[in-house]
Design a protein around this ligand. Structure first.
Ligand code: 5GP
Ligand code: MN
Length: 332
């Protein structure tokens, strides 16, 4: 498959590269690394992400190349879709991309990947999509530079939770070491990604910590971030990134859920609002299966889904689920 993908990419004049909405470090890192690399080969590339780039990632070289709109999809010979378990994760242009661009290449590491696209580089054992992209760049014989290395390093650093999550593998360390030899400065990257929060973000942390509830059996923790909390602290949805890890760190908790109210709901007025639910597990429960039941997906240890409902109903639904954590959800 790698050979065919390289053939397809090198014979394409114009390539669209896209990653998932509300991008994280891996979605942005893998997008930039692939884009800059293919451009070095002389390909014409357009880098696309539907959502704004979170402030903490705006230090990445060439990040300004990522556009929120693409004009004419007919111009592209190939589309490279990065860090997306399914095509819809790309956002509103997903269907058009599939209908218009002749070849879709799926590069991803989610266990729930639907195997979309004509060509696929899907490796669920990769710590990040950026790891797979690193292998692709090597296989293509493209020369690494500091910009590409910084993008790959950031993707791996953030998707492994700074080498703490269960997806942390040998490749994570090996690639990051190689990225340092290419000029990556870990403390510089960390100072942007983890050390440049607004005061509002810290205040939001306070509200989010205060919202944590625990199920009777102690196996489930629920954290809530509402639009009201964002307004009160003058923060954006991106500022809730990583908060769920606090809910997961509690002793005996097997699954942590973050219920995050989305902007495109009908605010506080109606009963039904739109929420994104992030799930994290301690390794004993496969949360990707839970997320899939609700139309989402992800990894065994980190997954998510979105739904329209009321906060009370979603909480009840998640609490009901926690009764079974000792039984059918267990990983073998
Ligand atoms: P998060 O909770 O940070 O949004 O996502 C955790 C993991 O699950 C990420 O790898 C993310 O890509 C995946 N994920 C989150 N929401 C969805 C969803 O609605 N559909 C799918 N397929 N994956 C999701
Ligand atoms: Mn990823």
């Amino acid at each position: 498959m790698m050979k065919k993908i390289i053939q397809q990419l090198t014979s394409s004049n114009c390539i669209l590269l896209a990653s998932h909405t509300n991008p994280d470090g891996d979605a942005i890192g893998s997008l930039l690394a692939t884009g800059i690399s293919l451009e070095k080969l002389g390909c014409q590339v357009v880098l696309y992400n539907e959502s704004p780039i979170p402030a903490v990632y705006r230090f990445l070289p060439s990040v300004e190349r990522i556009q929120k709109e693409v004009k004419d999809l007919l111009n592209f010979d190939s589309a490279v879709i990065l860090d997306c378990g399914n095509m819809d994760r790309v956002g509103s242009i997903a269907k058009q991309v599939e209908a218009t661009i002749p070849v879709v290449i799926n590069i991803d590491h989610h266990t729930t990947n639907t195997q979309f696209g004509q060509y696929r580089l899907v490796d669920v054992d990769a710590c990040a999509t950026s790891e797979i992209v690193y292998r692709l760049i090597q296989a293509m014989g493209i020369e690494m530079d500091e910009a590409i290395a910084t993008a790959i390093y950031t993707g791996i650093l953030t998707d492994t939770g700074s080498f703490r999550f269960s997806n942390t593998n040998q490749a994570a360390f090996a690639i990051c070491e190689t990225m340092m030899t290419m000029g990556v400065n870990p403390s510089m990257v960390a100072s942007h990604v983890y050390g440049a929060y607004s005061l509002g973000r810290i205040k939001l942390l306070n509200l989010a910590l205060d919202s944590i509830e625990i199920s009777n059996n102690g196996h489930l923790s629920i954290m809530t971030v509402t639009r009201e909390m964002l307004a009160k602290t003058d923060t954006l949805a991106e500022d809730a990134d990583g908060l769920i890890n606090y809910a997961r760190r509690i002793r005996d908790v097997k699954v942590a859920a973050l219920i995050h109210e989305l902007e495109n709901g009908n605010g506080g007025s109606g009963k039904s609002r739109r929420f994104h639910v992030s799930l994290r597990s301690d390794g004993s429960v496969d949360v990707s299966r839970i997320a899939m039941n609700f139309g989402g997906g992800g990894h065994a240890g980190a997954a998510g889904f979105s739904m329209e409902s009321s906060l009370t109903k979603i909480k009840q639904m998640i609490y009901d689920m926690s009764d079974s954590f000792g039984e059918q959800c267990h990983l073998s």
